[in-house]
Design a protein around this ligand. Sequence first.
Ligand SMILES: [Zn+2]
Length: 439
Amino acid sequence: MEHVDQLLHARWVITCEPNHAILDNHSIAIQNGIIKAILPTTDIKTKYQADQETTLENHALIPGLINAHTHLAMNVFRGLADDLELMDWLNNHIWPAEGKWVSDEMVFDASLIAMGEMIRCGTTCFNDMYFFLEATAKAAIQAGMRAHIGMTVIDVPTAWAKTPEEYFEKSLAFHDTYRNHPLVTPTLAPHSTYTVSLDNLARVKTIADDNALQINIHLQESLGEIQLSHERHQKRPLARLQDIDMLSNKLITVHMTQVDDLEMALLKKHKVSVVHCPESNMKLASGACPVQKLLDHGINVALGTDGAASNNDLDMISEMRSAALLGKHSTLNPKAVSAQTALEMATINGAKALGIDERTGSLKVGKSADITAIDLGEIETQPLYHPVSQIVYAASRHQVTNVWVQGKQLLKNRKLQTLDEADLLARAKKWQGKLSANA
Ligand SMILES: [Zn+2]
């Protein structure tokens, strides 16, 4: 008998790759945070023994969910300004509130609260874009989550940086500190082509090339953005990025509700990833990303919630459902964005977009033990004919019971292990008090 750290025995192991395999009554052996074996439970018990065994009788184990686009600190603005048009929402509500409240303390508190929410919905990895990056990194290390943290560049002054020069300086300092961290990965995050000049975007590209970094950018989120770009530059935003040679497999374009056939060919040619944020797009009435068409073109499409001020949650279980439903509704095609596709967008496609699919994004021997358990035994998901169908179309985040990152347990029987729920609620109350008093 070989000794391992942990054995997880589950009713189903939903691997996501290869071949979308769904394994009945299988177990996962974990050693040093890595998946060592995936075998039928009866076999694994004859080969391995472990100090710690977890039996999940009615559960599906899925790859930890990857939220490929977030602004975690915006959790304190959840519900502050709803039911508004994108530019009105940004110019008259969100940006003024950020101007007043964003600080190191606020970003740390809000990120920590957001991570509590994300772990409770089965998310193990996120790709963030905000300010005061150190605060988000510290929160991620405390929470034990895999964090891609975008070094924001924007041509307007914020509490974090006053000039583009200062954004670049602070970003490079952050990169120096975290470049080799096991959980935190710095990325570049120019906000958009309407808020960052082409010169500064070109500079972002140079830094990305020099340091092999991913670039995240909000792109072609709404028709208004396309019209603005035409008025100012006589070009679409993607064409402007092409002008500075930014299109590559390191580029992550977020939203892309507006994308034509020529642009799809470009995205495919340069292996650019797209992040779809269906609930944010629906709430701000920005349009619908043609997800199935992009996938049919061979373009990698991941899934994100966007910030909690435009969603209003960080729930990747409901986001999968929204992606599947919007995919069908917007094309009048019930076959578009199947349940399996939605699950892959939330797992392996997210890992591909972030360039970490060698490490995470599917349940495969040799990959990190980033795993989420969902209890499908509750009445809401019974009777059960197909576990992926139940997860995407019927389950709620409250059925997520256990979460591991690199084999370390972050959620156990719905209880947070690395964060304290009462502490998170107290932090949320503190900011509610400050923002309400101001209103
Ligand atoms: Zn966003």
